[in-house]
Design a protein around this ligand. Structure first.
Ligand code: ADP
Ligand code: MG
Length: 687
């Protein structure tokens, strides 16, 4: 058997593979293209393609695909074989530079938010050499960007790469002011912690809601849920352990550094965390991780649920986006450091993030908005829809001292001067001591905790990178040309923290008192996707993205549409699934039970149960008809904004009512009659 170091990265056409296999000159060109975001020459692309093909064939591949991330949020691929006819009637295996660098999927069915109507019907994919090619299920996958012929981004990757470029540009400007002349590149880094549920496939296959929507639309709470808190970090069951082992192997082969695994709070809930890497690679890796989780689960007779809220009343699943910035010289810009100079630089970058999150709270909220995540944000386990930053008391005191010109720490008399004094050491937030904050500083990085488990991390990072780039741009504009840099820096930090301290909150984010307090502070509380997305095209947001060349206005308009479209389509499917399950499964089952009760021995149990059930069934049927007619009227609404709003206000309300009465019926109906597995069956089946 191979050991981990042998299998790690064995399916990746990585830098080291390229170094080994490519001619020196070509390798140099590829390396430069990766480091500086340049294009490869046609000739070099041809050489790379040929070697890549050779490598893939040696590993048993017959096909290749451009692998991309359309606005749906999942990944797409279309396989083509290497086979080409040769002159003598046989075949040769070929893969050209052009096939490597550019592809043309039939893109007409991907969401474009009207972009394709305005522009070209076709889209094309272009190789992104910053992310390595890899082999998945015998197919050579080439990570690509996806855009229209007019150059508009049709995917999540292009804006992400643009946002990394925007941040790079401004961060390097700022670093030059601190005399870092050896720094010529700043990249953002991400380590996403992925939560998921694992349930037995038998239970899954017996429920249409799970199959169609990835979550349960009905289900009474079982006697045992997560009250005992006996699952979190509990002993991992053998079947789950076997799954995790396989999963790790598969991820390692793809060069994904999966490292931490543990049980989460809810029964059947688990988490996987990789070691962080460059943001665009982390994004690709997270997409792959989700895909491979599902595939590996299948091999173990399990189903991996990535939905943000598969079960009502039990914790949902999130994705913690650990984020920082690092230089080509290896410095983490959110690491406080040890000298006054390092401290000052750290404080400025910290301030940039604080300002960014405060100025663009709405975009941060929008970046995690989806119908699925709406169930989670504001529910008991997840951060509320209000954005705030947790800094910890030590760092908050330091900032207070700077803002208020008050002495800090032991040296009572001395005022803390940025750039002159050394900050005291403060402990890292290693223990997750504030789990309730949506955006927490954890020692040398920020953890954005509002992301839903199913979503791509591309958008939240695009927003974060761009908003921080904007803070840094303003800072660089102010500080460049200042004679007394240290004083100007001190003043700037002081003013900015004063202006943005409302966003800092170290208390319990789950308390109602905080929501009240947040309101007083003027923080936004956008509870649902339509309410959040309504701010996407606000002038300040369009200005942000267009000025940093992350999105054009047209690209933003198209994304606005895609957001609303996706939201309404999803809820539409859920509502239809509910109608189907109620009418075809639940009502007939309850009816059958009722008639058996009616023709029973006539004892009090039968009589009273029958009365109760009849009443509840009538109520449920009433809710069914209300939902059905609301759904009918929704189909007559053309305007997307109004439609999404109707789904948010009317359809969801009717769905909730139908669920309530059906869940009550579940508790009253004999279990033999109930048409599908209950919560108890689903949550405790895996041993
Ligand atoms: P914690 O202190 O929160 O327990 P860990 O070191 O366990 O932190 O890391 C949690 C996640 O954060 C991991 O995925 C890790 O790779 C990631 N992480 C650590 N440092 C950084 C960084 N500088 N940038 C981005 N992610 C990071
Ligand atoms: Mg976690």
């Amino acid at each position: 058997m191979k050991d981990t170091s042998e299998i790690f990265g064995e399916n990746v056409f990585s830098l080291s593979v390229m170094k080994e296999r490519l001619p020196k000159e070509t390798f140099k060109e590829v390396k430069a293209a990766i480091d500086n975001g340049h294009r490869l020459s046609e000739q070099a692309a041809g050489v790379v393609a040929n070697e890549m093909k050779q490598w893939a064939i040696e590993k048993g591949c017959t096909h290749y695909t451009h692998w991309f991330q359309p606005m749906t949020g999942i990944t797409s691929e279309k396989h083509d074989s290497f086979i080409n006819p040769s002159d003598d009637g046989n075949i040769i295996l070929r893969f050209s530079g052009k096939e490597l660098t550019q592809g043309e999927p039939d893109a007409s069915s991907f969401p474009s938010g009207g972009l394709r109507a305005t522009f070209e019907a076709r889209g094309y994919t272009a190789w992104d050499p910053t992310s390595y090619a890899f082999i998945k299920e015998g197919v050579l996958c080439i990570p690509t960007a996806f855009c229209s012929y007019g150059g508009e981004a049709l995917d999540k990757k292009i804006p992400l790469l643009r946002s990394m470029e925007a941040l790079n540009k401004q961060a390097v400007r700022v670093l030059k002011l601190f005399g870092n002349d050896d720094v010529n590149r700043v990249t953002t880094t991400v380590g996403p912690e992925q939560e998921y549920f694992l349930i037995d496939e038998k239970g899954y296959n017996a429920r249409r809601d799970l199959i169609y929507t990835g979550r349960t639309l009905f289900g009474a709470p079982p006697p045992k849920g997560q009250q005992m808190e006996d699952h979190y970090f509990g002993v991992i069951k053998p079947r789950v352990q076997a799954f995790m082992k396989d999963l790790n192997d598969e991820l390692w082969k793809l060069g994904i550094m999966a490292t931490t695994e543990h049980n989460e709070v809810a029964p059947s809930q688990h988490e996987l965390a990789p070691i962080f890497t460059t943001t665009n690679i982390a994004t690709d890796h997270n997409q792959l991780t989700m895909e491979i989780m599902k595939k590996v689960a299948q091999k173990h007779g399990l189903v991996c649920l990535l939905h943000e809220k598969p079960f009502a009343g039990v914790n949902g699943s999130g994705k913690h986006n650990n984020w920082s910035m690092s230089t080509n010289t290896g410095a983490n810009l959110l690491e406080p450091g040890e000298t006054p100079y390092e401290n000052a630089q750290f404080l400025l970058f910290l301030t940039a993030v604080i300002k960014a999150v405060d100025d663009y709270q709405d975009l941060m909220r929008i970046s995690v908005a989806s119908a699925g995540n709406d169930h989670r944000l504001g529910a008991n386990e997840a951060p509320p829809a209000v954005i705030s930053i947790f800094l910890g008391s030590e760092l908050t005191e330091i900032l207070d001292a700077i803002v208020n010109d008050i002495p800090y720490g032991a040296k009572e008399k001395e005022l803390l001067k940025v750039g002159v004094h050394v900050l005291p050491k403060f402990p890292k937030d290693t223990t997750d001591r504030n789990r309730t904050s949506p955006f927490a500083f954890t020692g040398n990085k920020f953890e954005f905790r509002m992301l839903g488990s199913a979503a791509s991390v591309a958008l939240p990072n695009t927003v974060l990178n761009t908003a921080v780039a904007e803070s840094l741009r303003q800072f660089a504009d102010k500080l460049e040309g200042e004679d007394d840099f240290t004083s100007a820096l001190h003043e700037l930090i002081k003013e900015e923290i004063k202006a943005h301290k409302r966003i800092i909150f170290n208390g319990n984010g789950y308390e109602d008192a905080w929501i009240e307090e947040a309101k007083r502070r003027g923080l936004s509380n956008l509870r649902t996707t339509p309410e959040a997305v309504a701010h996407y095209l606000d002038d300040k947001n369009v200005e942000l993205f267009t000025s940093h060349k992350v999105y054009s206005k047209i690209e933003m308009q198209s994304r606005h549409e895609v957001f609303l479209e996706k939201y309404t389509k999803l809820i539409d499917i859920e509502a239809k699934t509910m109608l189907e399950m109620a009418k075809q499964d639940i009502f007939p089952a309850v009816s059958a039970y009722s008639s058996d009760l009616a023709s029973g021995t006539g004892n009090i149990f039968e009589k009273e149960t029958l009365d109760e059930i009849s009443e509840d069934l009538d109520k449920a049927y009433g809710s069914y008809k209300a939902l059905k007619s609301a759904l009918d009227s929704s189909s007559k609404i053309d305007d997307l904004v109004n439609k999404a709003d109707f789904f948010r206000s009317e359809i969801i309300k009717d769905m909730t009512e139908l669920r309530e009465s059906c869940d009550k019926l579940e508790t009253e109906t004999a279990s033999d009659y109930w048409p599908f597995p209950t919560y108890g069956d689903l949550l405790f089946a895996v041993r």
